[in-house]
Design a protein around this ligand. Structure first.
Ligand SMILES: NC(=O)c1ccc[n+]([C@@H]2O[C@H](COP(=O)([O-])OP(=O)(O)OC[C@H]3O[C@@H](n4cnc5c(N)ncnc54)[C@H](OP(=O)(O)O)[C@@H]3O)[C@@H](O)[C@H]2O)c1
Length: 212
């Protein structure tokens, strides 16, 4: 059993991770500014801004999952906030899994990341900020930090929750596409992959992508 702290544990990604981890008997703490609408039995809910709660809950964690979105009043703040979480996790000796975006992946080896190419206006800010949080880990993570940066499929998101299937593939920084050329993963299957990576660490200081 691992002690897992999920920042953004009431959101789409974090909520699924919290549910999956709790169902497998892990000791789970969720952090968010609002109370959970549908609390999961056995999960500890810490309510407050990340900077206030993190110094209390990260020491003592085995694993930290960062799943806050750079939206609303968090737009433009994620690099600074995640830098703090990475430092605290390193000090605590906790493994650090940071969820980012599809746009940090590359369509093919030697090609620019999607975030470095033309992206539709409505996704641009979130894509660029997500990729800046990837660069933060690659370029500035404390040497002792065991981090994983996780990009979901392109069609992942609360607008397409999908169904749990029990299946997923894990790739590197080259995007995975299914036989029909699609890039999808349900919320439940993405969380399954995250908790499998927590239970059986297979990637260290690496960028991975999760899709069908
Ligand atoms: N296809 C893709 O590439 C794709 C699609 C979706 C998401 N993503 C990425 O996945 C990550 C998570 O996104 P999501 O859609 O799952 O997020 P979300 O549903 O918007 O959830 C965000 C969570 O963070 C919490 N939060 C926000 N600001 C906070 C703060 N200052 N202190 C503490 N908690 C805070 C929110 O609760 P409160 O507001 O109550 O604090 C909520 O629990 C993001 O990096 C996003 O870019 C990628």
């Amino acid at each position: 059993m691992a002690t897992i702290v999920v920042f953004g544990g009431t959101g789409y990604t974090g909520g699924n991770v919290v549910r999956e981890a709790a169902s497998r008997g892990h000791d789970v703490t969720s952090v968010s500014r609002s109370e959970p609408k549908q609390p999961v039995a056995g999960v500890r809910y810490e309510v407050g801004p990340v900077e206030e709660v993190a110094p209390r809950v990260v020491p003592g964690a085995d694993v930290v999952v960062a799943a806050i979105s750079p939206r609303g009043d968090m737009a433009g703040r994620l690099v600074e906030v995640y830098g703090g979480l990475a430092r605290l996790s390193a000090e605590a000796g906790a493994r650090y899994l940071q969820v980012g975006g599809f746009s940090s992946l590359r369509p093919a080896p030697d090609q620019p990341r999607f975030a470095e190419a033309e992206i539709p206006e409505e996704f641009r800010d979130e894509a660029l900020e997500g990729d800046a949080t990837r660069a933060l880990l690659v370029e500035q993570a404390p040497q002792e930090l065991d981090w994983v940066f996780v990009s979901p499929a392109g069609g992942y998101g609360s607008f397409a929750p999908g169904e749990p299937t029990g299946a997923y593939r894990v790739g590197g920084e080259i995007a995975l596409f299914d036989a029909g050329g699609g890039s999808n993963i349900s919320g439940a299957d993405f969380a399954l992959a995250i908790v499998d990576e927590i239970e059986r660490p297979a990637h260290h200081r690496e960028h991975i992508g999760i899709a069908y």
